[in-house]
Design a binder for this molecule. Structure first.
Ligand SMILES: *Cc1c(COP(=O)(O)O)cnc(C)c1O
Length: 438
């Protein structure tokens, strides 16, 4: 009896809250019968036994077919780069977490960014992107895409005029991060998608114009862009979804129409997520996302308030602070699964002084932290259980031209903090000691 009824049949998944769902995942996985496993197995098989020529041929017919995917049967596994069970389970749970229809995982966040852009553009097309982007995304857009005949126009996507001046009949994708890495500026996803919808209404039915949102900073815990009208969401799983800083990964989550193109792109460009890297994200990362984010953002608020009060700090940018310039928009857009304000775990601050002084003070401050702090580590990346500090101007955003950075608020000496899970009082003590030294 219990063998015949799956756990899903007993009670539908929708009756549970997302926090619970992220831990228990989709028991009814078509990717593996793990009714008897508490933890999903880690698989490792580059190729699969096909049994007969007929079954092998059928596997190739069904690969990336919507019909086969929507039928929900276990896929005919052929080769890891096409389909793989451990990664497949992670993909099901990521799609659910982002409220999307399909998720396709890649070897890194940059492989996911490349794929999202790759399935939306061809030679002659244009992308309109927000002017401030993660450094490697900026480098991809300015150094590589033009070689394939794809031009990227930069605009301020908080501003309707700036956006509409950049869009042409050749635009097929709009790309941005929100909160923007590292300024934490917020782009109104619903507003941008409404502009795009109005433009699409003037075009032919087959003309594509997709909104792609890099949701790495916020995570699906804090905001779900697909529910606000975005077409594709990209993630660096290396960050808060992975959560522990052990493995690299990326994902694109979208509606079913992108399922086949994304799988084909991944098959042919090859940047596939290894099942050995998918497993920790499936078993440790995604299941603890809600708990980590809840705690990290409580700490972020305490730290932001401490820094804002400190006489040596010029300003702090954290969407959870009432002084944050777009606080009302943040409250509307950044909402957790249980409808609480979820301003995230990242903050940026600048020390006092004229530009030269603030730059020198920022560097001295970070160096002091690197040498003396016990619970704050100088490192790039973000979204780990350890608190990380860095200077975006010279590190994560070094690929952007200096004048772009300075005019858009990515100043030398500006400090980015990614809050971890340490006791918030210890983090403040480490910051306080370093501030006393400058
Ligand atoms: C880190 C990061 C990426 C790239 O992800 P990788 O996993 O390092 O390739 C893309 N976008 C944002 C916002 C990031 O922080």
């Amino acid at each position: 009896m219990t063998e015949a009824t799956t756990r899903k049949d007993r009670q539908t998944v929708e009756e549970y809250r997302m926090r619970t769902h992220l831990i228990h995942g989709n028991y009814h996985s078509k990717h593996w019968d793990f009714n008897h496993h508490i933890i999903p197995p880690m698989s490792a098989s580059a190729a699969y036994r096909l049994g007969s020529v007929h079954r092998g041929a059928q596997g190739f017919v069904e690969f990336a077919s919507d019909e086969a995917d929507l039928k929900g049967d276990m896929p005919i596994y052929i080769y890891d780069r096409l389909h793989e069970p451990t990664r497949g389970m992670l993909e099901e749970n990521l799609a659910y977490a982002e409220v999307g229809e399909t998720a396709v995982c890649f070897a890194s966040g940059m492989a996911a960014v490349s794929a999202a852009v790759g399935v939306c553009t061809k030679a002659g097309d244009e992308i309109v992107a927000h002017h401030t982007l993660y450094g490697c995304t900026y480098s991809l857009f300015t150094n590589w895409l033009p070689r394939f005949g794809i031009q990227v126009k930069f605009a301020d996507l908080r501003n309707s005029k700036s956006f509409h001046e950049a869009v042409t009949e050749h635009t097929t994708a709009v790309y941005f991060e929100t909160p923007v890495n590292p300024t934490l500026d917020i782009i109104d996803i619903a507003e941008v998608t409404s502009w795009v919808k109005a433009i699409k209404a003037t075009r032919g039915a087959d003309d594509r114009l997709a909104v792609i949102v890099d949701n790495t900073f916020a995570t699906p815990f804090c905001q779900r862009p697909l529910t606000l009208g975005a077409d594709l969401v990209v993630h660096s799983l290396t960050k808060n979804i992975g959560g522990f800083g052990t493995d690299m990964g990326g994902a694109v989550i979208a509606s079913q129409q992108y399922h086949a193109p994304l799988l084909m792109y991944r098959k042919d460009f090859g940047g596939v997520l290894s099942p050995k890297n998918a497993w920790p994200i499936l078993v440790y990362g995604l299941p603890t996302l809600a708990t980590r984010m809840n705690n990290q953002q409580k700490t972020a608020l305490q730290v932001a308030q401490f820094l804002e009060r400190h006489p040596k700090v010029a300003y702090v940018r954290y969407p959870g602070l009432p002084s944050f310039p777009q606080h009302q928009l943040a409250r509307r857009q950044m909402v957790s699964y249980d409808e609480q304000f979820a301003p995230g775990s990242m903050l940026t601050f600048v020390l006092k002084g004229d530009e030269k002084e603030a730059t020198a003070a920022g560097e001295r401050f970070i160096d002091y932290v690197a040498d003396h702090a016990y619970c704050i580590t100088l490192a790039v990346s973000l979204g780990q259980i350890r608190t990380l500090i860095e200077e975006p101007f010279s590190m994560t955003h070094s690929a952007l031209p200096a004048d772009v950075k300075c005019s858009k608020g990515v100043k030398p000496g500006a400090i980015r903090l990614s809050m971890g899970l340490e006791d918030w009082q210890d983090i403040i003590d480490d910051l306080d000691k370093a501030l006393a030294q400058i």
